[in-house]
Design a binder for this molecule. Structure first.
Ligand SMILES: Nc1nc2c(ncn2[C@@H]2O[C@H](COP(=O)(O)OP(=O)(O)OP(=O)(O)O)[C@@H](O)[C@H]2O)c(=O)[nH]1
Ligand SMILES: [Mg+2]
Length: 304
């Protein structure tokens, strides 16, 4: 995560703070700081909007702040860290808590996964199903991607490997109805959670985005989770914003392929755009390659 920024951060802080000769940090010092790290932020895939926001917040916090020369470095580091935490340290959402609270009402939880084509939705659902099964839950998979060729077989393959039932209809059928049936199945069979696989769609494809809105409107899922490929660049902001709107507010996000992407920018851009927490990071193609996200750990690693 944040490979380049991490490499240059300390050096930039040092270089800039050496110039803070007075006992006060000026707007000019902050501009200098950003001119040192801006390229790294961009190369780490942090969206331009986010960089502007970071700069604005740093100025709000630091300008005219009285510091001893030695502590300017600490002031800049700590403030930068706090501002990053403001963005990515959102109140976490728990899939298990959601399942357990529905269980009390004798209802299965409905959790829908959405996102751009190929972002990793189906693989992530299989990982989540595997993890939930290991914790004693009884997931059902709903094949609500009735659009892409072979999508149903892909989900069925995971279902068979994991020993988890998959509810499906024909290709081209209404995905909202698949979810409805999967919920009915879960309820009658005493299963506690339905994980819904949806078709990949571009955030600017009106028909497919309307279809997504309908799935949500009809089935009122308990959690709506946006799956984002961490390799997405600047586009993350507009993508995340559009999905958030289409489903009347996502609840959280999962970032995939983080093991092949040293750049943490998409993480920052996505949380900046939606104000929602990251739940997990995908770290590979195997079922166990899913780790719980910790904002503190991510920021600490960056500023080590
Ligand atoms: N390296 C790596 N690959 C991943 C990860 N998550 C998913 N993938 C791979 O990404 C590719 C696409 O994954 P899918 O799960 O099919 O993505 P999807 O979002 O369901 O795709 P569509 O349904 O076509 O929109 C597959 O080759 C997965 O193995 C991850 O965390 N790391
Ligand atoms: Mg899929």
């Amino acid at each position: 995560m944040f490979g380049l920024l991490k490499k240059h951060f300390s050096k930039s802080v040092k270089k800039v703070t050496e110039k803070v000769l007075e006992k006060e940090i000026s707007g000019h010092d902050i501009d200098n700081f950003f001119s040192e790290i801006e390229i790294e932020l961009m190369q780490d895939n942090v969206a331009v909007d986010v960089i502007d926001y970071l700069k604005k917040r740093m100025k709000e916090e630091l300008i005219q702040k009285q510091v001893g020369r030695m502590s300017a470095r600490e002031e800049i580091r700590t403030t930068f860290k706090n501002i990053l935490m403001e963005i990515i340290g959102k109140e976490p959402v728990s899939i298990e808590d959601t399942i357990n609270s529905k269980k009390a009402a004798k209802e299965p939880a409905c959790i829908i996964f959405l996102g751009f084509n190929g972002s990793g939705k189906t693989t992530t659902i299989a990982k989540v199903a595997s993890a939930l099964k290991m914790k004693g839950h009884q997931p059902v998979l709903a094949a609500a991607d009735t659009f892409r060729a072979a999508s149903i077989e892909q989900l069925q393959h995971h279902g068979e490997k994991l020993g988890v039932p998959v509810i499906k209809h024909e290709y081209g059928s209404d995905p909202a109805a698949v979810v409805f049936d999967a919920m009915k199945y879960a309820k009658t069979k005493g299963k506690d959670v339905v994980l819904v696989d949806t078709a990949g769609r571009m955030h600017n494809d009106k028909n497919l985005m309307d279809e997504l809105s309908k799935i949500v409107r009809v089935n009122k899922p308990d959690l709506k989770i946006l799956v984002i490929d961490s390799l997405t660049g600047n586009d993350v902001v507009i993508q995340a914003t559009n999905y958030d709107k289409a489903v009347n507010g996502i609840d959280g996000m999962i970032l995939t392929k983080t093991e092949i992407n040293e750049k943490g920018g998409s993480l920052l851009s996505a949380t900046y755009a939606t104000g929602k927490p990251i739940l997990f990071l995908g770290t590979g193609q195997k079922y166990e390659d899913l780790i719980e996200f910790s904002a503190e750990k991510t920021v600490d690693e960056l500023l080590d």
